[in-house]
Structure formats: structure tokens, C-alpha cells
Write a protein that binds this ligand. Sequence first.
Ligand code: TLP
Length: 344
Amino acid sequence: MNPISDFRSDTVTKPTSEMRRAMAEAEVGDDVLGDDLTVQKLESLAADTLGKKAALYVPSGTMGNSIAIKAWTRELDEVIIEARSHIYNMESTHMTFISRVSPRVLTSHRGAMDPGEVENNIKKPSVHLPRTSLICIENTHNNWGGAVIPLENMRSIKAIAEKHGIHVHLDGARLFNASVASGVPVKEYARMSDSVMFCLSKGLSAPIGSILAGPQDFIDLGRRIRKALGGGMRQVGVIAAPGILALQNMVSRLKEDHMRAKKLALAIHKMPGIQLNPEFVETDIIIFGFEHSDLAVPDLLNRLKQKGILALSVPQGVRMVTNRGIDDNDIERTINAFNNILHS
Ligand code: TLP
């Protein structure tokens, strides 16, 4: 058993020894000058995987989303975005800070915005009104407990966007989780948006980096914006090399994370204080409400921590994410710990 069962995120995954070897042996060059063959290999593999024309390696998902919004919008524009989305809630306000656009925040059914409501909120600019230039979708949806947004929902929103001549950006930090859980190929999801960001550094286990993919002129502009944000990197192959292995070898294992999350959810959902519908645990994220007569969320987290189990407090209650560092023994230990804390 691992000394610590770390469920705080799938970002806590460490590179495999194969990844570390690839880092040591990576062919590198100055990427700002266009010389790094390893990052070029990663970018073209990522573009092919998503069925997009071009891709850009960026240090983080947040930078990928920031670049996308900056590239698709102009100052004074408005962006339609879901109320619990990561971009709106957890990316330090780059929409207003970097792109100087305002969010039009819509509620949703477990992360899926209603297409009719999306259409009703698209504005043509006037002396009073901003221009709507972009719709952002998140799949899987982190703050909705890793919910998979149905392809049909994305298709309807894309059709509306096309009708009104506006773009769709997909925050697909965990797009491969969505694909593994639903059986829908990533290319299909990617077709429902103009640009896609996905993270190599979460369940796919690479240490650093995300990909932004889209049309060639969008990526050319994105490369300039990345430089302006300080994200132009030099011998970047050292960190891009594990990203190649992440895409080649790590996608199929995500189903193990999903199975373990489901197993944990099924085991704990009826315990005192826990408010969780295990049917809603579709991928690697479990978010549950917690209302207990003797324990508040911080108490529960402390008691778990004393037993070597790490989880996070979120506005909805508690978040636990399975990842490559969690095995079946960690799940058993965690179920026992919950039993012990909540039934004593
Ligand atoms: N999410 C992180 C934290 O920020 C909460 C996590 O541990 O889940 N989009 C989505 C849907 C994300 O979940 C995240 C990271 C990002 C974008 C940003 O990626 P990074 O952390 O690489 O900037």
C-alpha cells in the first residue's frame, strides 16, 4: 500500500520511469527559434489525435484557456460560459484580466448548458450591448464531479454557434476521461468545437504541460500570445517528451481510475453524512456533500489525513480524485477509514 493515498487531484501523478528516461534522452533545441524536434513531434501527434490542423504545447491548462479566449475575442466582447466552469471560477479571472471580455454565466444540467438558453444569450453588438464572440464548454466537467457532457449537447451548441458566426472553445482538461467513459472518440468531441485545450499533466501522468489545438491561423496567433504571456520556452523537449508517452500509453489506463472512483463512491454513498449519487460518478472525480451531526468538512478531512488519506474541501463539500498513484489497496484502506470515522 502507498504510505499516503493522495486523492487531492489527478495532478499529483508523478512521471513513470519510462517518462523520466525519455526526458533524459529527449532531442532538444530552442523552441522559440523553432528548433525543438521533440515538442514538434508532440504538437503534431496531439493535432492528429484531435483531428485539428495544428497544436501548441503550453505550460498549463490555464495558459491554454487564456490563449484561446484571447485569440477568439476582442475587448468589449462577451463570452458564454457555464456557472461552475473552471475557466470562470478557478483561473484567476484571466477573461477580464488578460482578454478584457465579460462572462455571460449560464446555469446548466450537470455542466451541460441548455442550447436554447445559449442561443437566447447570444448578442449582436449595439450601443448598449457587447458582441458575443465565444462559447466555452468544459468536458469532463470538474466541478460537476467529472460529469461527461453528452456529445449531442455539444453538437447542438456548435450548430447554434455556427448559425451566429461565433466560435466554441472546449476546456477538455480531462477530454480523454470523457472519451474513455463514453466511448465517443476524442476527435468527435473535438469536432464540436473550434479549439480544444487538454492537459497532459492530470490522469495522463506527464509532469508538465497542456495542448491547445485548432486551425492553423489560430495556433499561429496563439504562439504569439503564448510568447507575450511569457510562455515561450527554449529546450522544451525535456518536458514535452513525457507528453508523447502520455498520449501513446496512458489513455487506456484511465478506465482503471474510473472503476476505482465508482467502487469508492458505491461503498461510501450511504454512510452517515455523505450526500452522493454514485450514478453521477462517471469518471475519476467524486464530489460529495457532507452534513454530519458531529463532524464538519474540515474535521472529516483531518480524520482522513490522520489515516494517510488526502482529499480536498470544495464549495460543494469534499472532492476526491482517483489517479495513477491510487491502487485497489488504497481504495480498500479508504473505505475502511470512512467506515471507521463515520460509524464510530
Ligand atoms: N484543475 C485543477 C485545479 O485547478 C482545481 C484540479 O486539480 O482539478 N480546466 C479544468 C477543467 C481543470 O480541472 C484544470 C485544473 C484546468 C483547466 C487548469 O489546468 P492547470 O492546472 O494545468 O492550469
